[in-house]
Design a protein around this ligand. Structure first.
Ligand SMILES: [Zn+2]
Ligand SMILES: [Zn+2]
Length: 456
């Protein structure tokens, strides 16, 4: 498969491939076997169950998602005489915690032989965890195209108060019934767009990471995800009318982003600095009673806008890689002080971040020096790649056109707190993102001030 081929292949044909040899030299697996996106797609469930030899599925849903699609699923199964067991989480909203997974497992019916998740974000993540724990095949009936985790083999969970990605079971089948998806809450449709917009910055950062730290990069995967992103952006204006083509574009885009992550074997194509804004806000909401949170995709969309603004200010600053400035900045950096700040702002979730640094040693002076040398050598290319990002105003206008929030004030964050969040995005995972580049250059605080401290 080449870049040219991936740009034109139909999603159906791609899924039929299962796996293929890529121009990047690797063999990529889709990670999902069946995808049905159409009106009335729920009716395909019995055939899918038959294909995996399942006689009695276990249905997992929440109050809202049961109302959205649970009845339709039960009716389809009852009509053809397929027995099932079910568990509807009694609390709302369901959060992706130890309690939720434990609760699902303790209500699991072991006479079942497959799991059907009915929902999107949290229900899907939990369903995949349950599938891994029980060793059963997993099908998701999507109730909203709100995030890109349908087909990934990991679940985004809150463990010990830390947002973490755990190995689970990728969905074998995905049902995207347009009758259901088009009626999803507008907020969740917007969230799906937000999780797609995140690909603008994550794809660019993937390229940066290839140059600066030699991370594996696959042009074919990047082209596939970029194509899905463009499709969503082109159709976005029709989303408010719940136009089936626009909703389909978002659902397909999110699936493709998930497939892209499966190709890469890491979340890189779909998640970068913009996602870490979201992770930090999620962790704060777990740690502090007054900290609010929003849908993953809404937070990721906000993070995308802030990330674009930061890169824009970096470009406007006309910076050059100056070793003197970088060295002095790093010399003045106190890891102990920084760790205290992380704990104070993020809460106990920061402990795992601090442990991560104890293993990774990204702040080591020698490692910094080595990275700086690479940055200096590739400076023009780095600036060129960052320059391929669209203007933040363009993305802001697109967000406004679909009623997408453009400020984290909707979850109670002021500029100063967003700035703090921004500076901490480099510490979430072992992933080279923009704030690491700015830190390496000794300009992180300058870029942060320019971006988040409005001129008095
Ligand atoms: Zn590849
Ligand atoms: Zn995401």
């Amino acid at each position: 498969m080449t870049v040219e081929e991936i740009k034109t292949i139909d999603l159906k044909d791609l899924i039929q491939l299962g796996e293929f040899d890529c121009a990047c030299g690797k063999r990529h697996s889709l990670g999902v076997a069946k995808v049905v996106i159409e009106k009335g797609a729920v009716k395909a469930l019995p055939a899918l169950l038959e294909e995996i030899g399942a006689k009695k599925p276990f249905l997992l849903s929440g109050h809202d998602t049961y109302a959205a699609a649970g009845e339709a699923v039960c009716k389809v199964l009852a009509d053809v005489g397929i027995p099932y067991a079910e568990y509807v989480f009694p609390i709302s909203p369901v959060r992706p915690t130890e309690y939720t997974v434990g609760s699902a497992l303790m209500h699991f019916d072991y006479s079942c032989d497959a799991i059907i998740g009915i929902g999107s974000g949290v229900i899907n993540d939990t369903g995949k965890m349950l599938a891994r724990a029980t060793g059963m095949k997993y099908i998701i009936v999507a109730t909203a195209p709100s995030m890109d985790g349908f087909v990934s083999g990991t679940s985004s969970m809150d463990r010990d108060g830390l947002k973490t990605s755990l190995y689970s079971t990728a969905a074998w089948g995905v049902i995207g019934d347009l009758d259901i998806l088009c009626n999803a809450p507008m907020h969740l449709l917007r969230a799906g767009v937000g999780d797609m917009l995140a690909k603008i910055t994550s794809l660019m950062e993937w390229k940066l990471a290839e140059i600066i730290i030699g991370e594996d990069y696959c042009e074919v995967t990047a082209a596939l995800v970029e194509r899905a992103l463009n499709q969503v952006m082109n159709q976005a204006e029709k989303l408010l009318e719940r136009d089936p083509d626009a909703v389909r574009a978002v659902m397909e885009g999110l699936l493709i982003a998930g497939i892209g992550m499966n190709f890469a074997g890491v979340s890189r194509p779909a998640s970068g600095m913009e996602h870490y804004f979201s992770h930090i806000w999620d962790m704060r909401s777990l740690a502090f009673e007054d900290a609010q949170f929003e849908q993953h995709g809404i937070q990721a969309g906000l993070g995308t806008l802030y990330t674009l603004m930061a890169y824009e200010n970096f470009l406007k600053g006309g910076y050059q890689p100056e070793w003197k400035r970088a060295e002095q900045y790093v010399r003045n950096f106190s890891l102990d002080d920084w760790n205290r700040k992380l704990l104070a702002f993020i809460g106990p979730g920061a402990e795992a971040m601090i442990e991560g640094e104890n293993r990774e040693h990204k702040y080591d002076v020698a490692k910094h020096k080595a990275r700086f040398a690479v940055i200096e050598k590739n400076w023009d290319e780095i600036v060129r790649i960052i320059g391929t990002l669209p203007p933040s105003a363009e993305i802001r206008a697109l967000m406004e056109s679909i009623g997408f929030p453009t400020s984290a004030s909707i979850i109670g964050y002021d500029d100063e707190q967003v700035k703090t969040t921004f500076t901490m995005t480099k510490d979430i995972r072992d992933k080279y993102v923009g704030t690491r580049l700015f830190w390496d250059l000794g300009i992180l605080d300058e870029v942060a001030d320019k971006t988040f401290t409005p001129e008095a």
